[in-house]
Unconditional design. Structure first.
Length: 122
């Protein structure tokens, strides 16, 4: 089951980056399929969250994902202002990555809440 999560994570990151680059280079090429791409990335994120992450790594991963999402949200507007040439690339790649990472954080967070509630009930 862990190998499924590893492959889902790898495929998700590659898909997010490659399709983000394609969408930045050819904006009209993925117009109709952007929702499908986001849906696939969200499903891959759920698979990774369910299959890959084990208990010793949950806290570190949650902190890393939260830091990454916050950093993306805070720095993208500034980078787009300073270097407008990379704005189309950043505006397509990073939302794809967030569509992959947010469900991972959600699933792991729910697993943690469940584990804490179950431990308190014992």
């Amino acid at each position: 089951m862990a190998s499924i999560g590893k492959y889902a994570f790898l495929v998700g990151v590659l898909l997010a980056v490659v399709l983000g680059i394609i969408a930045a280079a050819y904006p009209s090429s993925l117009t109709g399929s952007s929702l499908i791409v986001l849906g696939v990335l969200i499903i891959l994120g759920i698979v990774v969250g369910l299959a890959h992450i084990t208990a010793p790594h949950t806290n570190e991963l949650l902190i890393a994902i939260i830091a990454l999402i916050l950093a993306i949200q805070i720095t993208i507007p500034q980078i787009n202002t300073i270097i407008p040439q990379v704005a189309p690339l950043l505006d397509t790649v990073f939302p794809n990555l967030m569509a992959l990472f947010a469900p991972i954080a959600l699933v792991i967070g729910l697993k943690q809440v469940w584990a804490l509630a179950y431990a308190k009930a014992k």
